[in-house]
Design a binder for this molecule. Sequence first.
Ligand SMILES: Cc1cc2nc3c(=O)[nH]c(=O)nc-3n(C[C@H](O)[C@H](O)[C@H](O)COP(=O)(O)OP(=O)(O)OC[C@H]3O[C@@H](n4cnc5c(N)ncnc54)[C@H](O)[C@@H]3O)c2cc1C
Length: 393
Amino acid sequence: MKAIICGAGISGLAAAAFLAGDGWDVVVVEQAAGPRPQGYMVDFFGPGWQAATALGIIPRIRELGYSVERLDYVDGRGRARASLPFARFAQVVRGELVSMLRPDLELAIREAVPPGVHLRYGRTVLAVTQSRASVTATLDDGASLEADLLVGADGIHSVIRELVFGPEPEFLHYLGFHVGAYSFRDPEVASLVGDRFAVTDTRNEAMFFYRLRDGTITAMAVHRTDDPARPDDPQDMLRSRYGRLEWICPAALRHCPRDLYYDQVAQIRMPRWHTGCTVLVGDAAAAVSLLAGQGASLGMAAAYVLADELKKQPDLGRALDSFETRIRPLVLEHQKAGVSAAHWFVPATRHAVLMRRAVIRLARIPGLTRLISSAVVGKSGAALTSSQNPSPE
Ligand SMILES: Cc1cc2nc3c(=O)[nH]c(=O)nc-3n(C[C@H](O)[C@H](O)[C@H](O)COP(=O)(O)OP(=O)(O)OC[C@H]3O[C@@H](n4cnc5c(N)ncnc54)[C@H](O)[C@@H]3O)c2cc1C
């Protein structure tokens, strides 16, 4: 059996690793010239952990990742106004939580992709035609690839979704935020960040900082806006929009490069993720957004379940139906959580900032830690078996 996978991100590489491991002949088409270096920190835990375990990459994930002790919401001088005990959240999920750069997670998965998989960087899909039993993808170099299955794993702005299922506006739900992310080096800033996630305790726009073990600072900027359109010059926009923030923010904004990661914050909601011989996985099918915070994990989980169902079920249509039945409840749960998180993630009012501080302080009260942790980290025990495992609560 032959599969074409469009997108060599977390979901696409995981799908390649699982399908090739089951004997599929796999080609991956990726538009970037090589592995994408642009990164931001992701907290990796939840359903994808089981998939990563199946791939045998947990030791590598732990090696590349970080165990964050706490997340401080800081004032204009960098002093913590409220602290989330991240380490205690990790306990709630039995220590199965690692914070890491997205490119490092991709690296760990890429290393698990069997050597027979053909990774074609610098290429995209221009057209898709399907017959009853096969699918043909035409690439931008004129090549025509035929396969039994086409997997669209090309992210929130998926071209496979556009070509096979319909235009993006039908499925994209804007959540009212934009996000920018980049890395820089500045020893003075690094010493002020220290060994914690530091987040400005501000409303309408907030900056997030973390110091990597080589001293590099990863910065993320999230702000509210009613306009989903990307600004012409994101670097310039960030510098003016975040100009009022204090502490290390002016220095961090001076380091902001032109080629930063920048996008709207949105979810993809589709009634169906497969048609004929084409299926979508990860953000392409069901982006939950950074507000829900488990997109990477769900993308890996989807790849794992897809391969599992294809292994169990010789009929492609039935296998894809079963795949959707198993993954959809997890996605819906996290999309709901993402929408609820919008209120407190970057609050809009002073009252909401104060409420967030109060709730975070409750996390220090024994017993409530578990409740608040579950609200923050979700029902991460919801697993990938056909009959769902109970949550750790
Ligand atoms: C700032 C931020 C913070 C986040 N934090 C977390 C977190 O803490 N925990 C978590 O689990 N998730 C988090 N997420 C979400 C997570 O990063 C995504 O859900 C995850 O990366 C989705 O993986 P994917 O492989 O489905 O899509 P992507 O990562 O978008 O990968 C898609 C791939 O397809 C390629 N591609 C795109 N278009 C084409 C095309 N036309 N042709 C060929 N290739 C194409 C892209 O270059 C890319 O390599 C965060 C996201 C953001 C933006």
